[in-house]
Design a protein around this ligand. Sequence first.
Ligand code: AMP
Length: 195
Amino acid sequence: MNIIFFGPPAAGKGTQARIIEEKYGLKQLSTGDMLRAEISVGSELGLAAKKIMDRGELVSDEIVIGMIAKRIDSPACAKGAIFDGFPRTVPQADALEKMLAERGKKIDIVMELEVDQDMLVARIEKRAAEEGRSDDNIDALKVRLEQYNDYSAKVLPYYAAKGEVHKIDGKKAINEVTAQIEAILQPEAEARAAG
Ligand code: AMP
């Protein structure tokens, strides 16, 4: 079962993905986390990406597609993946579709976590204090929100044309958001278990 989580920065995609990955044996693939891991080891890719990420802009399709391609065949992804923060452009969505089709797979469920803008600002400020992410500041957030509005306007219709995009109320408490997500995942998981 392959799932995409859409949603603006600090919508709760990572939090929910980590809960769902454990419960359903799926693997969270977050391109943002992968990039931050590259930065923390000081790789060339990380150094180049950091400058772009700190401005809140998108790194190249080539880089993020390459990072996903490197992981898609890992045993941890055998039962499926939760794509978190990927795809963010139509070329990324095309590349993902091709990668999955070559393996006889597809995206099964697309969800969009919806959160109000003022709530996002509050969450980003809290996360900045807790995690110290260098792109969690108001200037970068503004750009990241603009990027999100821009790319979701292109990528969401891409998936809407293929099937339903499930809207999740991301303003609720963490466990209530998880419950909404599970209400969509559970029937799909049961259908799979029944073969
Ligand atoms: P995130 O953790 O998903 O909020 O991503 C943090 C930053 O990493 C973004 O603001 C981008 O600079 C970069 N990034 C993460 N995923 C992608 C992607 N799929 N395409 C381009 N840039 C990305």
